[in-house]
Design a protein around this ligand. Structure first.
Ligand SMILES: *Cc1c(COP(=O)(O)O)cnc(C)c1O
Length: 357
């Protein structure tokens, strides 16, 4: 027997969520964003499960793309940050990847390359995120330069929204206007992350880029009608490995943060911050035991957490515990712990990942 901590990945849920993105943006094609090992869900398994339905896959950098190609993924793959050095362009060419061009130096590397086939390029427009991309006044010249390059085949424009997860926030409209002014509608466009797929049809354009929604988590802090159909794909679970009875007044765990207010049954679950459970989870956030919610009681340790089972007298050592998944919303746990589900998912370590079709 081994430690019971594991993440179960429901690939059918991811397929359902991808098709939900397509139904929200029916006239657009959709990059399934599988960077960072598909947000911790296993990029190869996720891409294989989505391959029959997905228009393409988006990753952050070359090695992530090559992992997909080497595992037999044949459709379009987009490098969201393009190349980091000119010697990557040969591999981009061989693997037939699309790439973002966000800076002058990338443009020069492309202009100096000798690819077998012309590159598919996505000129990144800085419409207001102010991380990477060409500023609106530079866009026309950059597009013209790329168009004049024999190394460049299909040319598209891409941008990223800073506040699409805040429905009604006027900054998104400002970004769309800046983008439209800059590219003047002359090339196909991609702007929408999950939040914009669900809430901002004016951003859908030619290609959308759903990420977090594929994994079944809403990008919004509050309920949204288009997010209700999402199905959580990851269940993080472990088991009760000890239960003790403590009198009222006894503290539990490091720093004695939790103090029993009544005679209490405290359960110990084999999961901790070294596995990716958030160390800043406060007392009271729930785990699921025997179909009931049990509150966290005491600080999260490296390998264990403690939960209050006083109202769950039937719980016994060995019981399965859900930390997040279908019953415990990873987004809500993340918010309570001052982080986001993206970080919970991408911080998973030490737990077995099991995929289910
Ligand atoms: C990660 C990423 C996305 C996906 O964002 P979600 O909020 O997860 O949908 C889309 N576009 C770019 C450029 C990204 O880096």
């Amino acid at each position: 027997m081994s430690r019971p901590a594991r993440a179960r990945i429901d690939l059918a849920a991811i397929r359902h969520n991808y098709l939900h993105a397509k139904s929200c943006a029916p006239s657009a094609r959709a990059w399934a964003v599988v960077k960072a090992d598909a947000y911790g869900h296993g990029a190869v398994a996720v891409a294989r499960a989505l391959a029959p339905v997905a228009d393409g896959f988006a990753v952050a950098f070359l090695e992530e793309a090559l992992e997909l190609r080497e595992s037999g993924i044949e459709g379009p793959i987009l490098l969201l940050e393009g190349v980091f050095a000119p010697d990557e362009l040969a591999a981009v060419d061989r693997a037939g990847l699309d790439m973002v061009v966000h800076a002058e130096h990338q443009l020069e590397w492309i202009a100096a390359a000798r690819p077998e086939r012309p590159f598919g390029c996505w000129l990144k427009v800085d419409s207001g995120m102010h991380r990477v991309g060409f500023a609106p006044p530079e866009v026309a010249a950059a597009l013209a330069r790329l168009r004049a390059c024999p190394q460049v085949g299909r040319l598209r424009a891409i941008s990223h929204l800073a506040r699409a997860d805040e429905p009604g926030e006027p900054y998104s409209a400002r970004q769309l206007a800046a983008f439209d002014d800059a590219v003047a509608g002359v090339v196909p466009a991609s702007l929408a992350n999950s939040a914009a797929v669900l809430d901002l049809p004016t951003a859908h354009r030619d290609w959308v880029r759903p990420g977090i929604m594929l994994y079944g988590v809403s990008p919004f802090d509050t309920a949204h009608p288009n997010a209700a159909a999402l199905r959580p794909a990851m269940t993080l679970e472990s088991a009760l490995i000890a239960i003790r009875t403590l009198p009222a007044g006894e503290p539990v765990g490091y720093g004695g943060r939790f103090v029993c207010r009544r005679p209490s049954r405290i359960g110990v679950v084999a999961i901790g911050y070294a596995d990716g459970y958030p160390r800043h989870a406060p007392d009271g956030v729930a785990v699921m035991v025997r179909g009931q919610r049990a509150p966290l009681a005491g600080r999260v340790s490296m390998d264990m957490i403690t939960v209050d089972l006083t109202d769950l007298p039937e719980a016994v050592v060995g019981d399965r515990v859900e930390l997040w998944g279908a019953r415990i919303d990873a987004g809500a746990l993340a918010r309570a712990s001052d982080t986001i589900a993206y970080q919970l998912f991408t911080n998973l370590k030490r737990v077995r990942v099991e995929h289910q079709r």
